[in-house]
Design a protein around this ligand. Structure first.
Ligand code: ADP
Ligand code: MG
Length: 701
């Protein structure tokens, strides 16, 4: 270990106790090393000089080379300003200072040659540069000798302590140019050689002070490679470790129940995707390994049937199975579906939720411990300690994004021996993100909808076209169809939302007035009973239009509803828009989604709506979402429990590198599962450092 880099940042010349406090508090920079890993967020190209005659006020930061030809001041006291005329061979521009005037005139001379750096702006109808940076031409400072000037993130508090971007740059340069500077390599030689990666020491120098774009690109690549590689290595290491340690139940037979159901009760032919996934699951549970599989499939892709078939395999091998859903409505819905499908077969199935009565619970517990109960469906209530299985073999979790990793683990621990786990998610996660967040799970994908579904057609109407929208609704309603209208719900302004909904309702009733039409309204202020009633009215086709805040997001199934109107669509995120749209298109008729928006849209909002119009594919939408928003915002990331802070790599943009390094990590672990070979000593040492950081991190949070 190089002790120089582990030195407390306080001892770096120019820092001291006060500024080191600021660095620690604001950026968690405690040592020299931490500072080196504070990377620039962009670079200014210092290799180019502007000609003064070509400068205009729309230029961003520019650099010019020339001479100061004169100084003059204007005003007195607070209003005193200093002007310098600065000339190159093409023209003259004015430099202006409002502060530090004495310092400027003392340090810069008329006739001196300088490089001026700053942002031109119009002042008094002339272009000038206020508070520029000046550097004598013959003595450009060592840090700015590199062609690219690094720009660092700083905070207000840092700036108040004179720790602006330039100051950070100088501090970093001090460390890097010190004769004591050395940094131990963090990747093994054989990887560096094979992948043609820049050594770490050079990488760190180039990421701060690149001489050209090529150096910069190589440094960035090496850092991204390393970050993603170690994440994959640690996830895969855990996975192989677990697989070697934990033996899974072997479901060796596919027998009576599965075959009986398949031959006599299966209501329709499985899609090819469903067949493939069932095969993958069968392979897992028969292999002797404990299955940990993530099943991704868009809304309506038929995951429930896959879950049922998997549970039947467990039953055929003498085990119990359970299925956990995030809400009571969904649990109830699963229970209804499964009892209907299994009707006539010798399978016992029960439902357990928060509202299950105590008496029913007692019966249920007895059935469960005796093993007479085969399948238990429920909510979080399944996790409770009082729920004891006689031999739980398979756990299915629906809608992953609402359960945290910890809850998953808790279900594992239900048995002395961990059951197989199948996690199903309807919120498609882009592959790259899945590999990072759920990298310890194997992934199956249902990428095909059951036949006969007509893709939903999506249109965007601006507010000025509202009448056209009403016209469209009338046509659909006159054909006997029903319509949803959804308003956004934003917690901070519940009142406003309600008002928007009420105004919309008034407008709608004007157009679709009784007695010919019935419009109903559902929102958070209604009692559960009132909501139920309204939903039932709609379900039974006694209302034409259901207007609501997003309460209908989960658990509504009305095949006769063919139109989904989303008001203020620009206020919804992509995944939410996609989920809402999934409420229609469930019957045989052509369905539509209408995105209403204000006339003016931000660029990003416009792009979101364009994505919705362009595709019905949840995965494409998730990819687009990731690109537009970045991974931090994606639903589920926060609770993933993956404390990896990416400094350089970006999951949305660096998917290819991620896939690439995952394969490398895979190969390494295949040859050396415990990373015991000498050539891999660096790898296991780095994993230890990472683990330490993660432990520290989880103690903080
Ligand atoms: P999700 O993946 O959203 O949970 P479901 O399992 O609820 O989807 O299935 C959606 C609908 O599609 C259900 O009505 C189901 O009966 C039907 N379905 C599932 N698989 C098939 C299939 N292979 N062929 C036709 N319909 C299917
Ligand atoms: Mg489902």
């Amino acid at each position: 270990m190089s002790s120089y880099l582990d030195t407390d940042i306080m001892y770096l010349k120019g820092v001291g106790p006060k500024r080191s406090e600021v660095l620690k508090k604001e950026l968690n920079i405690n040592t020299f090393r931490d500072l080196l890993y504070h990377f620039p967020f962009k670079y200014l190209d210092r290799s180019k000089f502007h000609r003064i005659s070509e400068i205009n006020a729309t230029n961003a930061y520019i650099q010019i080379k020339g001479k100061i030809t004169s100084f003059r001041t204007e005003g007195t006291k607070y209003k005193k300003r200093l002007f310098a005329k600065f000339a190159d061979e093409t023209g003259t521009i004015e430099l202006v200072w409002f502060q530090g005037i004495n310092w400027v005139t003392k340090n810069y001379n008329v006739g001196g040659e300088y490089i001026v750096f700053g942002k031109p702006a119009v002042y008094n109808r002339k272009i000038s540069i206020a508070h520029p940076e000046l550097e004598p031409l013959e003595r450009t400072s060592p840090t700015s000798r590199s062609a690219f000037e690094p720009q660092y993130h700083t905070t207000e508090k840092m700036k108040a302590s004179y720790l602006n971007s330039k100051a950070i740059q100088v501090l970093i340069f001090k460390i890097i140019s010190s004769p004591e500077f050395n940094i131990e390599e963090t990747l093994p030689d054989y990887i560096l050689g094979k992948e043609k990666l820049t050594p770490l020491k050079q990488t760190i120098r180039c990421i701060h002070f690149p001489n050209n774009t090529d150096e910069l690109k190589k440094a960035e690549y090496r850092l991204k490679f390393e970050e993603l590689f170690y994440i994959q290595l640690s996830i895969l290491r855990l996975k192989t470790g677990r697989e070697n340690k934990i033996k899974g139940f072997v479901f060796g037979r596919v027998a009576e129940l599965f075959n009986e159901f398949y031959k006599e009760y299966l209501p329709f032919e499985l899609t090819n995707a469903q067949k493939r996934v069932v095969k993958e699951i069968r392979h897992d549970v028969g292999s002797g390994k404990q299955m940990n599989r993530l099943l991704q499939g868009d809304v309506g892709s038929g995951k429930t049937l896959v879950a049922l078939l998997s549970m039947l395999i467990a039953l055929d091998n003498g085990f119990q199975a359970c299925m956990m859903a995030p809400t009571e409505i969904l649990a109830q819905q699963h229970y209804n579906t499964l009892t209907r499908m299994l009707n006539g077969m010798d399978v016992n199935i029960m439902l357990l939720t928060g509202s299950t009565k105590k008496k029913d619970r007692e019966v249920l517990h007895a059935e469960l411990t005796s093993g007479r109960l085969h399948i238990l469906i429920g909510t979080h209530a399944l996790i409770e300690d009082s729920v004891i299985f006689s031999n739980l073999g398979l756990v299915i979790i629906d809608e992953q994004h609402r359960f945290g990793v910890a809850q998953r683990a808790k279900l594992w621990q239900k048995n002395e021996h961990p059951p197989h786990v199948l996690v199903m998610t309807a919120t498609p996660i882009p592959r790259t993100l899945a590999m990072t967040l759920y990298g310890d799970l194997d992934v199956s994908v249902i990428d095909e909808l059951p036949p006969g579904r007509k893709p939903i057609q999506t249109y965007h109407f601006r507010d000025s076209k509202r009448l056209a929208m009403y016209g469209f609704l009338r046509k659909q309603i006159d054909m006997g169809r029903q319509v949803y209208v959804v308003y956004p719900l934003i917690k901070e302004s519940e009142k406003l939302d309600l008002q928007n909904l009420e105004n919309g309702f008034d407008g709608m009733v004007q157009v679709f007035s009784p007695p010919n039409y019935n419009v109903i309204c559902v929102h958070g202020k209604l009692k559960p009973q009132e909501k139920e009633t309204a939903m039932t009215v709609f379900k039974n086709a006694k209302a034409h239009i259901l207007m609501a805040t997003t309460v209908i997001e989960v658990g509504v199934d009305v095949p006769n509803a063919t139109v989904m109107v989303i008001e203020s669509a620009e206020r919804f995120g992509l995944s939410q828009l996609h989920q809402l749209r999934g409420r229609v298109g469930r019957g045989a008729d052509q369905s539509y989604c209408i995105l209403m928006s204000s006339n003016k849209l931000t660029n990003e909002a416009r792009k979101r709506l364009e994505v919705m119009i362009a595709t019905n594919d949840g995965f494409e939408i998730a990819e687009a979402d990731l690109k537009l928003r970045g991974p931090g915002d994606i639903e589920g990331t926060q609770q993933s429990g993956v404390p990896f802070v990416l400094k350089m790599a970006n999951i949305a943009r660096d998917g290819q590198i991620l896939q690439y390094v995952r394969n490398i990590a895979d190969t390494i672990l295949e040859l050396d599962p415990l990373l015991e070979k000498t050539e891999n000593a660096i790898l296991s040492a780095q994993l230890k450092v990472m683990k330490q950081n993660i432990d520290d991190w989880s103690q903080i949070s």
